[in-house]
Write a protein that binds this ligand. Structure first.
Ligand SMILES: *Cc1c(COP(=O)(O)O)cnc(C)c1O
Length: 365
């Protein structure tokens, strides 16, 4: 074929896009449990704020998200110079890797983890990915990660709770790890699901980033706050890093997104009531799946991980036939979002129908 050609590295994005539709989620599916979205309609006050902002969309948004950052400063009690907002957390992650890692530099993360890390690291930024396997039970192997640090390591992503395994890094093991990492390596805690964590021993990035000068924390309005379609995420980073992020992604957040995020922060009590409902549903689904004989461990997020290996595609196909979209991650497993109660019931009924035989455990990892 003749004509302009994108860089060949970008081919791997096509692979990523294909894996996204692994469970064949189409708009016709009635139960969208593939993308870890918030199942509830926008809160009335948040919707009003977004509609009011939409009346002025002939104007550019606030370049530096100043009022949003003010609201975040109030919430987290850290200086505004440490904040940067962007077009969803994926937008922030892209700016972060672009700002920190040149071709030849190393970006480390656990694997399996969030699928955007390899795509942005290698295909978009041309940096070198160092993927360190999770432990057999789906936790970060922080000792192995510390051992893989080299003079070229610029960034280490720690996704906690981890997407897709739902495991959270513990406070004490994270402290031990951070004490081993050189101070010029930026450790990035991706806490997209922080609000759903119920483990009291889980690390809290907001606390950690006050104590360690080389730690950044990433949060998003897409999951617990339910603004996935508006694309608002943010970083709390060391000051020079935050400044670089603010500089490299101007006008990253629409005014509608900024106003909805500000209104969502003001409505945090209502947001957390919904989070509590999701967490209660998570427990109910986990108990039911364990009862059915599935190899499920406790999740700290708004999704459940089924490490069913080669059976993943068949499982997802059975779900699709029942109108349920779940997420297949190659031959590692299936991730199912904790959604609206009727979707969760539909999922549990489908899982019960294809439940593993108790004595032969054909689905176990
Ligand atoms: C969903 C998710 C994000 C990003 O979400 P945005 O919608 O881009 O804000 C980032 N990290 C992880 C681990 C996620 O699961």
């Amino acid at each position: 074929m003749r004509g302009p050609r994108p860089r060949p590295e970008l081919h791997s994005i096509a692979v990523h896009a294909a894996s996204r539709s692994g469970g064949a989620p189409t708009p016709e599916l009635m139960h969208p449990l593939a993308a870890n979205e918030n199942p509830y309609d926008p809160l009335p006050g948040v919707l009003d704020a977004a509609i009011a902002a939409s009346r002025r969309f002939n104007r550019y948004p606030d370049l530096g998200c100043e009022r949003l950052i003010d609201a975040l400063v109030q919430r987290f009690d850290l200086p505004p110079t440490r904040f940067a907002a962007g077009a969803g957390l994926v937008g922030v992650i892209q700016s972060l890797i672009q700002a920190m890692a040149a071709p030849g530099d190393e970006v480390m993360y656990a694997w399996r983890s969030f699928e955007a890390y390899p795509v942005i690291t290698t295909a978009i930024c041309g940096a070198t990915a160092v993927a360190v396997p999770l432990t057999d039970d789906g936790y970060h192997d922080l000792d192995a990660m510390a051992e893989r640090v080299t003079t070229r390591t610029r960034l280490i992503f720690i996704c906690t709770p981890n997407n897709p395994t739902g495991t959270a890094v513990r406070r004490d093991e994270l402290a031990k790890f951070l004490d081993r990492v050189p101070e010029d390596v930026l450790v990035v805690l991706d806490e997209a699901y922080a609000e759903f964590v119920s483990d009291k021993d889980a690390a809290d990035g907001i606390t950690v980033c006050r104590e360690y000068p080389n730690v950044a924390v990433l949060r998003t309005f897409s999951k617990a706050f339910g603004l996935a379609g508006l694309r608002v995420g943010f970083a709390i980073a060391p000051e020079p890093v935050a400044a670089a992020l603010r500089m490299t992604a101007p006008y990253g957040v629409s005014q509608i997104g900024q106003e909805a995020a500000i209104a969502s922060l003001a409505a945090t009590d209502d947001v957390m009531k919904r989070v509590d409902m999701v967490v209660a549903e998570r427990h109910r689904m986990e108990n039911a799946l364990i009862e059915q004989g599935w190899p499920v461990s406790r999740s700290q997020a708004n999704f459940i991980w089924l490490p069913i290996r080669k059976r993943s595609a068949d499982f997802a196909a059975a779900c699709a036939r029942a109108g349920i979209a779940v997420r297949v991650l190659a031959e590692d497993g299936v991730r199912v979002t904790v959604g609206a109660r009727e979707s969760n019931d539909a999922f549990l009924a489908t899982a019960a129908k294809i439940r593993p035989e108790h004595d032969q455990q054909p689905f176990s990892a």
